[in-house]
Structure formats: structure tokens, C-alpha cells
Write a protein that binds this ligand. Structure first.
Ligand SMILES: *Cc1c(COP(=O)(O)O)cnc(C)c1O
Length: 452
């Protein structure tokens, strides 16, 4: 039976909306009832299959992890080709000590882990859309998502991309990344907040005058952005596990899409000892696991690990669903999840900016390994886990961005300037072009209508 995609808005297993194919779930992004898509079954990989990954390269592992989710949407030979094209960069795993590794997910074109999902989704959308159909992607961003999505869709036939970003909330490097993508990707610079940008995008989807543009979102809740994020957990396991022993993953978390990829991998059969959800001062998830009560944080707290400044994570609804609960988008709990089961596999701690900075310094002094703020939150949460549970198990901490994207923090703590990765070196030579618009729906609407 081919895997179908069902909404998290289900009461006692009775769906309000019918299950969809991968292609339809990908193009819709969100279910008609407002819920998030989940696969209706999880393909299983046995220990022999998982251990064979140790001799495979990244795209081959990706193929074996993902093929059943795609099913008949794409012939296998094409899927392999697509994955080789999407994952043409290295995924370094650095050893800190015998039990501790750092997996760097920062070698893609925009130097954040979001490249892994965006490159897969963009290629899938371009390939699976009906021939000749033109689509328009609208995405609001306050940082890494916009550039990852923009770069991923750059040059793809029949797809136009508009990235809406708040001038005041992006860093100079991020601005340069967003403004210089070019070709079919336009950056719209708005004089408001991230929330304003997101509201404009939402309004656009409901506007009748814009329907002919075939608007689609490249939002982080799209199931096609979750599934490819399960691959690197298998990859890490294949490179560091001794004799198939379960390992710990520590994941710097905001909207919980990255970590949910790990939970999917675990349910497919990957031996995961513990999944650490490392968060900054936006600690609603850490409190949920400790108290069983969910209280979103509004407005979210500003921290130096800024891509994790999330007070009501969109993918928390998927965790609720996976553990028998039901959470609405606005943060209302309709049914509590099984907290005991959750705590058996999940562990979460909130890390302050002060601790984040200290960890960057301590880790560099001890191992000569450079962390940026998001990765440091992950490393610190692992230390807190080990203080309680001991350090017998091998652990992999994810580095979700390149340190050179955060030169201010690194330089003030360590007195050095991180070297730019290849992907960012050419930024200075690229031409910048953004369009400044008032932060109003009407202005954005007129602009994108006029362009098409
Ligand atoms: C987006 C992002 C995160 C948070 O990932 P989620 O999937 O939203 O939990 C962490 N670190 C960096 C650098 C990011 O860009």
C-alpha cells in the first residue's frame, strides 16, 4: 500500500479530510482543515539495511530513506538523480572526544541546515507540477528560510519566487544573501516586522485576484520539508555508531521541524537513545515536558540564536499527534499527549544567551572546534543531559548554521573572525537587488500582480 498523507486534525482517528498522495500533500502544504500532513504509515528499515548505510554516500542513503514516502510519484531512477543533484555538498562530522561529535549541516549554498529540505522540496515541486503550469512561491522570512528557499528554486522552470522580509530583523549577511539571489527570485524588503510579512503572505493566499498566480508556500510545515530532514540522522548513525549501539542526538530547535525529522527516523527503525530538543529562552517545549502543561510564549523572546526565537512551534502539532494528543495552531491543547512516552525519548532544556556564549568559548578552548550560537545551545543541552544520565552513550550534536554567519558573537567571545565558507565567499561579488515596499498588503499585491 502506498503511503498517504493525513491531517493532524483528527478525532479518534476519523479524518475530516481524505488522505492525499505525496504530490497533493506537497502542493497543498497544509490540509484543508488547517492541520499538518502526517504519513499514514511509517516505512521500516531493518538493522541490516541501516548497517549497510555505512558504505553508502549521502544521496544513496537519502534514496533508501525517502523512496517509500514518494511512492509512485516519481520513478526511482529519477528520484536518485534528483537526490544526487540536491545533495552535492559535503556533510562533515567532527570528533570532539570519543563520545561526542558535531555534524555540520552548513555546507549547502546558504550555509544553514535549511538547504537540505529546501533543495529537496524545490526540485520535487518543479518536477511534480503539471507540465506548462506556472506557480508562484510566496515566503516570509526573518533569516535562513528565505535564502535557502530562494537559492533552491533559483533557475527552476515555471516557478517565480517572492521573498518578503522585514528590513530591521535580518543581519547584514542575511540581507546580502536574500538580495543577491536574482533570476526568478525577487526579494521584497518591507518596513515592518516578521509577523507583518507573514500576515501579508497569508492574506495573499485568500485573495481572489491573485488566484491566477497559483500561489504556493514553501513553509516549514510542508511535509516535504520534514521528510528529507530524517536522512542526516541515518547518515550520522552510519558514520559514528559502534556495533549498532543507539546514539543520542542534540538538535538546536525552534519550530521543531529538524528534530521531528529525527523522530521520524527513530520510528523507521533508527536506534536513537535520546532526542534532545535544545531551545533558547523560548522554553515552552522544555516546560511542556517537565510539567505536562503547554503554554506558548507571546511575543517570543529575542536571543542570539535568533533562528530559534519561536514561542509557539508550528511542528509541535506533529509531536502531539505522534504521541496521541491534539494541538491546535493557536496553541490550544484539545487532547494531551502521552507525557510519559514523550519523556522516555525526548529531553529538553532551555539555554540562556549567557550559557550559549560560555559554551562557544569553552568548546573552542577545549577542542578547538568553532560553534555558532545555535549549535552551542545544542552542545550545552547535551552537557546538562549527561550531568543527569552519565556520558556512556555516543552523542551527535547538530550544527545548523556556519559560524561565519554570526561574526559579531564569535568575534566578541573569541577575538577571531570566522572564515567564510566557499558558499558565502562569492556573496560580495554578487549584485544586490531588492525592492522596497511599504508594509501593506495592497502594495505587495500590486507589485506581484504587475510582475506576472
Ligand atoms: C531554522 C533554524 C533552526 C531551528 O530549526 P527548526 O526546524 O525550526 O527547529 C536552528 N538553527 C538554525 C541556524 C536555523 O536556521
Amino acid at each position: 500500500m502506498e503511503i498517504r498523507y493525513i491531517s493532524t486534525n483528527r478525532l479518534n482517528g476519523i479524518g475530516k479530510t481524505s488522505p492525499l498522495s505525496f504530490t497533493d500533500a506537497l502542493s497543498k502544504g497544509i490540509a484543508d482543515d488547517g492541520g499538518l500532513f502526517m504519513p499514514d504509515s511509517i516505512p521500516q528499515l531493518n538493522p541490516a539495511a541501516i548497517s549497510s548505510f555505512s558504505k553508502m554516500d549521502y544521496p544513496d542513503i537519502a534514496f533508501r530513506v525517502l523512496r517509500e514516502y514518494i511512492g509512485s510519484a516519481l520513478p526511482e531512477t529519477e528520484l536518485i538523480r534528483l537526490l544526487k543533484d540536491a545533495y552535492d555538498f559535503e556533510v562533515p562530522i567532527e570528533k570532539a572526544d570519543d563520545k561526542t561529535y558535531i555534524m555540520r549541516l552548513d555546507r549547502g549554498p546558504t550555509a544553514s541546515f535549511k538547504d537540505f529540505a529546501a533543495r529537496f522540496m524545490a526540485r520535487m515541486m518543479a518536477r511534480l507540477k503539471p507540465a506548462g503550469k506556472k506557480i508562484t512561491i510566496l515566503v516570509a522570512t526573518s533569516g535562513d528560510t528565505g535564502s535557502a528557499v530562494g537559492e533552491a528554486f533559483k533557475g527552476l522552470e515555471g516557478i517565480k519566487v517572492y521573498i518578503l522580509y522585514p528590513t530591521a530583523e535580518v543581519s547584514p549577511i542575511q540581507k546580502k544573501q536574500l538580495d543577491s539571489i536574482g533570476e526568478n527570485v525577487s526579494a521584497l524588503e518591507l518596513s515592518g516586522t516578521f509577523d507583518d510579512c507573514q500576515k501579508i503572505v497569508k492574506q495573499a493566499f485568500f485573495d481572489k485576484d491573485l488566484q491566477h498566480l497559483n500561489l504556493s508556500s514553501a513553509n516549514s510545515i510542508n511535509i516535504a520539508r520534514i521528510l528529507p530532514q530524517s536522512v542526516y540522522y541515518f547518515y550520522a548513525f552510519s558514520r559514528v555508531s559502534m556495533d549498532g549501539q543507539p546514539i543520542i542526538f542534540s538538535v538546536p530547535s525552534g519550530n521543531l521541524g529538524n528534530s521531528f525529522g529525527c523522530e521520524v527516523a527513530r520510528r523507521m527503525g533508527l536506534p536513537v537513545k535520546r532526542l534532545i530538543l535544545a531551545v533558547n529562552s523560548n522554553k515552552e517545549v522544555a516546560e511542556l515536558l517537565q510539567t505536562g502543561e503547554y503554554r506558548k510564549i507571546e511575543p517570543s523572546v529575542n536571543c542570539i540564536s535568533n533562528a530559534m526565537n519561536v514561542g509557539n512551534p508550528s511542528n509541535l502539532a506533529r509531536y502531539f499527534d505522534a504521541f496521541g494528543g491534539w494541538l491546535e495552531k493557536n496553541g490550544d491543547v484539545l487532547k494531551k499527549p502521552d507525557l510519559t512516552k514523550m519523556n522516555e525519548i525526548l529531553f529538553s532544556r532551555s539555554i540562556s544567551d549567557e550559557e550559549t556564549r560560555q559554551t562557544i568559548v569553552a568548546f573552542h578552548n577545549k577542542y578547538k572546534i568553532l560553534l555558532e550560537p545555535h549549535g552551542a545551545v545544542g552542545v550545552r543541552a547535551l552537557e546538562l543531559y549527561r550531568a543527569i544520565n552519565g556520558s556512556a552513550d555516543t552523542a551527535v550534536c547538530l550544527e545548523t548554521a556556519h559560524p561565519a554567519k554570526f561574526p559579531e558573537t564569535i568575534t566578541s567571545e573569541l577575538g577571531l573572525v570566522p572564515e567564510l565558507p566557499e558558499a558565502l565567499k562569492h556573496l560580495n561579488g554578487r549584485e544586490s537587488c531588492s525592492v522596497r515596499l511599504p508594509c501593506e498588503f495592497q502594495a505587495v499585491k500590486e507589485y506581484i500582480s504587475g510582475c506576472n
